[in-house]
Ligand binder design. Structure first.
Ligand SMILES: C[S@@+](CC[C@H](N)C(=O)[O-])C[C@H]1O[C@@H](n2cnc3c(N)ncnc32)[C@H](O)[C@@H]1O
Length: 298
């Protein structure tokens, strides 16, 4: 078969299966044009005649699986993406956290970090908060399933649209937290000493991650089906400390998983309570969840 001819249904389904197997991302016929577009150039680079042969290569090579993951993941992100979330973090989350726990290190997880803008944005927010509260200590871990995009996150070099949007939104932060000229601008040491990146598949139990006070799990659940979302959320909760806050993407409705469309503070201490105490607390927790939703969504 020719690469320019469409793959037959069984091959398309096998490719969708590979996407799910390696990333948990749910794809179907509606995504075929996109997937084909992403794989076509790779197949040509490998000098393969068609998608069926590519499946054979994929089966026998972990290196190819790594490239496949880089190709099938969608890495769109930006600094200060969804401004109201950052307003909430700066005006409510950080002051409240500092009032309760100042002295302990604040631990943050950017759980689908992509090229790093979310983790670096969090670091800038913490640095700004530190101007008024020098005692704040913090550590941010960014994780992603794609090694290729994580290399960009670690490098911390930004240009083009990414920098333009930061310059438009928060111009005063650029000279404070970046170095270099406008052609090649790079995150400075003040941020780098607080941020690290590593590979992690959200479908894996986060054994050596956490416990975190704040988890940003944004614009990734939309790629999973309901079962996948539940599995990922269960994993993420394991890495959250009692009273930690979880923030999901604006367009991610967790209505079938939780009651909040935007964000939710999970009080995972409740899981450890005895059944009797849990019953007594249930009514209170409903009120607590309502309060948290308002705090985050307002
Ligand atoms: C659209 S980006 C979101 C980036 C950032 N959180 C934001 O909201 O701007 C989605 C990221 O999720 C990552 N991803 C997809 N499936 C994943 C999985 N199973 N485990 C970890 N990361 C995954 C992709 O590689 C991609 O970088």
């Amino acid at each position: 078969m020719d690469i320019d001819q469409d793959a037959e249904l069984s091959v398309r389904n096998a490719l969708f299966d590979q996407v799910r197997r390696h990333t948990g991302i749910a794809m179907n016929e509606r995504k075929w044009t996109m997937l084909k577009g992403r794989l076509r150039r790779r197949i040509m680079t490998l000098g393969l005649p068609d998608y069926r042969d590519y499946l054979r290569v994929l089966d026998g090579s972990t290196d190819e699986v790594r490239d496949f993951i880089d190709l099938v993941t969608t890495n769109e992100t930006s600094f200060f993406r969804t401004p109201r979330i950052w307003e909430y973090l700066a005006r409510e989350f950080l002051p409240r956290w500092a009032a309760k726990r100042m002295g302990e290190p604040l631990r943050v997880w950017s759980a689908a970090a992509s090229s790093g803008e979310e983790a670096w944005t969090t670091a800038m927010l913490c640095e700004e908060f530190r101007l008024q509260h020098p005692a704040l200590r913090y550590a941010i871990v960014g994780t992603d399933i794609s090694d290729g995009i994580l290399a960009n996150a670690r490098a911390g070099n930004y240009a083009g649209r990414s920098m333009e949007s930061l310059r438009q939104q928060r111009p005063e932060l650029v000279p404070r937290y970046f170095r270099g000229d406008s052609a090649a601008i790079s995150v400075n040491e003040a941020l780098r000493s607080h941020v690290s990146f590593r590979r992690h598949n959200l479908y894996d139990v986060p054994r050596d991650l956490g416990p975190f006070d704040l988890v940003l799990l944004r614009n990734v659940l939309i790629y999973f089906d309901l079962e996948g979302q539940k599995a990922v959320l269960a994993n993420v909760r394991r890495a959250m400390r009692p009273g930690a806050v979880l923030i999901v993407g604006e367009s991610e409705s967790l209505s079938r998983v939780t009651a909040s469309p935007v964000a939710l503070a999970w009080d995972i201490r409740a899981r450890a309570l005895s059944a009797a105490r849990a019953r007594r607390r249930r009514a209170g927790r409903r009120r607590f969840a309502g309060r948290q939703r308002r705090e985050v969504c307002d």
